[in-house]
Design a protein around this ligand. Structure first.
Ligand code: 4AZ
Length: 267
């Protein structure tokens, strides 16, 4: 009888999973938006930034020249670290499910870009120095920042536990979606009524919409060919055709990252 009950429960799960295929009729109602479930082992650089103990943003583990002497760093968005009081934050790493128990790294220092402008989202980057070491494994690895601007049309993957639809709730499981780097002139034209696309911003999406980062993915990594090219920053809603996601442009901020790792590494 008990076993039969389990069988029914199992069947229920299968039916529920089957029902998710209905979502395919509504491309705007997918995951991250329009992505798929993934494992942290596919994106071991991804972290969850906790504020007051809850997920607030994504982030990535930074690959530095010498991790032993430099210390351990996370890259995120400046708008994710307001207020920038280190004791309010922590970093969860090596997890696929957001509610998974895991070791937590405490925050030593947070540096927001000194030119960060909350009104325009320009220079939306922050560097977090951790108080603890992160034990590297198949589930936690650092990622290198790109110093070279990607060509228009470059495929890039963005990951996170953010909303799976505009105005939706967080995803319990890490999501990934592939988007393409958009010509900055085209992007600036599309966004002209709403905001300025600066040299520190990079647009990525798909022309038909339906695939994008969204609220709760902020601060997370956009990765092309194994190097990070962007940081989830802002956009007009999520996954709307003609309005790609806007990312902080890592190559434009590369020297700022290098300089501040040196400063904080020496502390
Ligand atoms: C947000 O509110 C947000 N579609 C993040 C990413 C995008 C839009 C909004 C990009 O955190």
């Amino acid at each position: 009888m008990f076993q039969y009950f389990i069988l029914l429960l199992g069947l229920h799960v299968v039916i529920t999973n089957g029902a998710t295929s209905v979502n395919r009729l509504y491309p705007l109602d997918g995951r991250i938006v329009g992505g798929t479930n993934t494992s942290i082992k596919e994106h071991p650089y991804q972290v969850s930034l906790l504020k007051y103990g809850s997920h607030t943003c994504g982030g990535s583990i930074l690959k530095t020249g010498n991790i032993k002497t430099d210390g351990f760093f996370v890259i995120t968005a400046a708008h994710c670290v307001t207020p920038y009081t280190p004791q309010n934050y922590a970093v969860k790493f090596g997890i696929t499910a957001l509610n998974q128990l895991s070791p937590i790294a405490l925050v030593d220092v947070i540096v927001r870009h000194e030119n960060y402008n909350p009104l325009t989202s320009d220079y939306d980057i922050a560097l977090i120095k951790l108080r603890n070491q992160i034990p590297f494994s198949t589930s936690s690895q650092p990622i290198r920042m790109s110093s070279i601007n990607p060509a228009d049309g470059t495929a890039a993957v963005v990951t996170g536990w953010g909303s799976t639809s505009e105005g939706g709730s967080l995803s319990p499981t890490l999501q990934a979606v592939t988007v393409k780097v958009v010509d900055p002139i085209v992007c600036a034209t599309e966004y002209a009524p709403y905001g300025v696309i600066t040299e520190r911003m990079l647009c990525a999406g798909v022309p038909q919409g339906g695939k994008d980062s969204c609220q709760g993915d902020s601060g997370g990594p956009l990765v092309a060919d194994g190097v990070q090219i962007g940081i989830v920053s802002w956009g007009l809603g999520c996954a709307k055709p003609g309005f790609p996601g806007v990312y902080s442009r890592v190559p434009s901020l590369y020297s700022w990252i290098q300089k501040n790792v040196k400063i904080l590494g020496a502390l």
